[in-house]
Design a protein around this ligand. Structure first.
Ligand code: AHM
Ligand code: MG
Length: 339
């Protein structure tokens, strides 16, 4: 990557805009605010250990300001930047039980953004990669105020989705429905530069990623799938296990190397047999990226993107990755195959 000649994310967003008939620039402006938020969060994540903003709120930093936890900081920043764009109708975040009201007098637009400002934040203290995830929809209703139905749209309606990975370098990966592009932040110039054009998930991988600590709570069908993965056959290798426990990092690796990432349904809490990950701001955006990169994402019952949402914070099982791996996992889970 050469910072002097590389394509910046701003150029890339503008190129996409000019390729799309009837584009007004509103969407471009919105994405640029997400890019700005990503740069600021990245800078805070990088110095988190130094300025001690990992722990509880209520502390004071050297300037005497109250120190916020990193996830609260990221949430507030996303809300401010997105509403500031003037193109958002309303926002919802993993951090807030209800949709977030716009500030008084704020200019509103036609886009709905759902986001997880800092996913995997329980990993921060150990310096493990974490990320921001976003999903963008168009508002459905036309009245003076949005209602919940504007948020409860299936993932097929997303006009864009992406994530920012705060890892050994900071990357922003996004799609507006024309494939998936990845950008790496060059800290020396403060720009995201195109480093991974047109990401394609390999058709089949050799890595499986799931929290195997929950084995005893898994269905026999799921256990059977794992037994199959650890057995070498003529047409497949023994699968390696990789699980970071930070969805953005696990999905990023799966996009690049292929294989399958699962957060399946389990019986840890028999009253909540649907896994942990949230449909609207975790599974839908990641499912959209997987499909845009030639992979697949399923709940085990059907496409993640076709789930008709009923609740803002709804959870669904998630199986995403290489198309062949996901199809095989679904066959095992439905009992069509077993081992
Ligand atoms: P969070 O949104 O509360 O941070 O939780 C989501 C995270 C994902 O990043 C990750 O895939 C999952 O939780 C890991 O959960 P577990 O510890 O149960 O394996
Ligand atoms: Mg999360």
């Amino acid at each position: 990557m050469n910072s002097g000649t590389g394509t910046t994310i701003t150029n890339h967003i503008l190129d996409q805009q000019s390729a799309s008939a009837g584009a007004t620039g509103a969407f471009t402006h919105l994405l640029n605010e997400i890019v700005m938020a990503a740069k600021i969060i990245s800078s805070e994540v990088n110095k988190a250990g130094l300025v001690d903003i990992l722990g509880s709120t209520g502390r004071r930093n050297v300037q005497g300001e109250t120190v916020k936890k990193l996830d609260e900081f990221s949430n507030g920043l996303m809300v401010d930047r997105l509403y500031r764009s003037g193109h958002v109708a309303m926002l919802a975040s993993e951090e807030d039980a209800d949709p977030i009201e716009p500030p008084r007098g704020c200019t509103l637009g036609e886009y709905i953004v759902l986001f997880d400002p800092l996913d995997g934040s329980s990993n921060i203290d150990a310096n493990v990669s974490i990320g921001t995830i976003f999903s963008i929809l168009k508002r459905r209703t036309t009245g003076p105020e949005c209602d919940l139905s504007d948020f409860l749209q299936p993932g097929t309606e997303q006009v864009a989705a992406g994530y920012v990975l705060y890892g050994s370098s900071t990357m922003l990966v996004y799609s507006t429905g024309n494939g998936v592009s990845g950008f790496t932040l060059d800290p020396s110039v403060g720009e995201f530069l195109l480093s991974h054009p047109d990401i394609q998930v390999p058709e089949r991988g050799k890595i499986v990623s799931a929290n195997m600590g929950y084995w005893d709570y898994w269905s026999e069908e799921l256990k059977s799938y794992f037994r199959y993965l650890r057995t070498k056959t003529d047409d497949k290798a023994v699968y390696s296990l990789r699980y970071i426990g930070s969805m953005v990092a696990d999905i990023h690796r799966t996009l690049l190397y292929g294989g399958v990432f699962l957060y399946p349904a389990d019986s840890k809490d028999p009253k909540k047999p649907w896994g942990k990950l949230r449909l609207l701001y975790e599974c839908n955006p990641m499912g959209y990226l997987m499909e845009q990169a030639g992979g697949a994402a399923s709940t085990g019952q059907g496409r993640v993107l076709e789930v008709d949402p009923s609740d803002l914070h709804q959870r669904v099982p998630f199986i995403g990755g290489s198309a062949q791996d996901v199809a095989e996992a679904v066959d095992f889970l439905s009992g069509k195959r077993s081992q």
